[in-house]
Write a protein that binds this ligand. Structure first.
Ligand code: UT7
Length: 335
């Protein structure tokens, strides 16, 4: 059995910044409300008509990750693409990345685990590397939210939160089993599936019916979130899954060099920080600048933390996520 490690990281954010003040102009919200409840100051939104898509952002992030890993796209033998906003209903976005990067025949798998998508994808990559089945796995988290949000006051509890962007990692075999990914924790609880969901277009609702209804009042085409319920579950599950990862690694909280929580809400990150008694420099947050980019939030934050030199050889890193499903998980890494 081999340990796996992250060999290269990359990120891509669309240039277009949307500030809270911009949102004040189109819906009944305020900079004050958004900052106080979520910590968000601005997020990136793809401009309508631009060339950016979920897969193309993933490709841009991947190119950087592959170059930093010192390999070529042809060395990739598995692609894992985490998203809740794929380019198409089908096929998945993984095959589009494969084609764009000219990666020869290899499995390209989409992971549909929402905010926990990157954690699930990393855990999957780790398992395939452990067994020796694959050697270079490209793991991507990418989201294009802005085209599917209700940007009226009706959708304000969701639409002020989400942003677009992508992050990617090349995962390969570690030199020894003392470093790399030490353990992964994955969970889901389907009884809360509808508490954070988008149920409008589905296989039980036939397309001709939907077209006939043509009902602008129908909000089921937009994401729905029972905010307070999700929040309460998030703080509990984040804490549990971080504790489980630390315990398995035999680490105490004060040994963590960098905790990267999924960027759901700054208040959730602060709650978790306080719970584990962590200093500010032990936790990475960038939700202030990018909003919540679901499956992309951890790889974007991880890339930034690494670019800033806050993660280096030997660093003890913990990644953790919670989101729709409900799903939650963590990955513990000795860099
Ligand atoms: O990434 C996946 C996991 N996601 C999460 O973990 C998110 C969890 N939930 C949250 O982060 C928070 O619940 C929200 C940020 C979504 C909402 O914050 P909240 O403190 O739970 O607010 P609330 O939903 O209880 O709403 C409080 C008030 C309501 O008005 P009334 O009924 O008190 O008059 C809302 O209508 O705030 C109102 N409101 C807004 N006001 C201004 C909701 N959204 C907005 C808004 N601007 N954008």
């Amino acid at each position: 059995m081999y340990n796996s490690k992250i060999l290269g990281l990359g990120k891509y954010l669309p240039e277009n910044k949307v500030t809270n003040k911009d949102l004040e102009k189109i819906m009944d919200t305020s900079d004050e409300w958004i900052q106080e409840r979520t910590g968000i100051q601005e997020r990136r939104h793809i401009v309508k008509g631009s060339d950016d898509t979920t897969s193309s952002m993933g490709v841009k992030a991947s190119k950087i990750a592959i170059e930093r890993a010192g390999i070529s796209p042809q060395d990739i033998d598995l692609i894992l693409f985490a998203t809740l906003s794929p380019d198409y209903y089908f096929p998945g976005s993984g095959v589009l990345v494969q084609e764009a990067l000219q990666i020869p025949d290899c499995p390209a798998m989409d992971i549909r685990m929402q905010c926990s998508g990157f954690i699930y994808a990393l855990a999957t990559a780790d398992q395939f590397i452990k067994t020796g089945m694959y050697k270079k796995v490209l793991v991507i988290g990418s989201e294009y939210h802005s085209g599917g949000l209700d940007m009226t006051t009706r959708g304000r509890n969701i639409s002020v939160i989400f942003g677009d962007g992508a992050g990617a990692a090349v995962v390969s075999r570690a030199e020894n089993n003392e470093k790399g990914i030490l353990n992964t924790q994955l969970h889901s609880e389907g009884k809360h599936a509808k508490e954070l969901s988008l149920i409008g277009p589905n296989t039980g609702r036939w397309v001709p019916e939907i077209m006939e209804e043509n009902n602008p009042e129908d909000s089921s085409y937009y994401p729905y979130m029972n905010g307070q319920f999700v929040f309460k579950n998030a703080v509990v599950r984040f804490s549990q899954v971080i504790s489980a990862g630390l315990e398995k690694a035999g680490w105490k909280p004060d040994e963590i060099d960098m905790l990267i929580p999924h960027q759901a809400n700054l208040r959730i990150s602060q709650f978790v920080q306080k719970k584990f008694g962590l200093r500010d420099d032990q936790v990475y947050n960038n939700i202030q600048r990018y909003g919540n980019t679901t499956a992309a939030s951890i790889p974007i934050a991880l890339t930034e933390a690494w670019e800033e030199g806050r993660i280096k050889e030997g660093s003890k890193v913990v990644l953790a996520a919670f989101g729709s499903g409900f799903t939650w998980g963590s990955v513990v890494i000795k860099w």
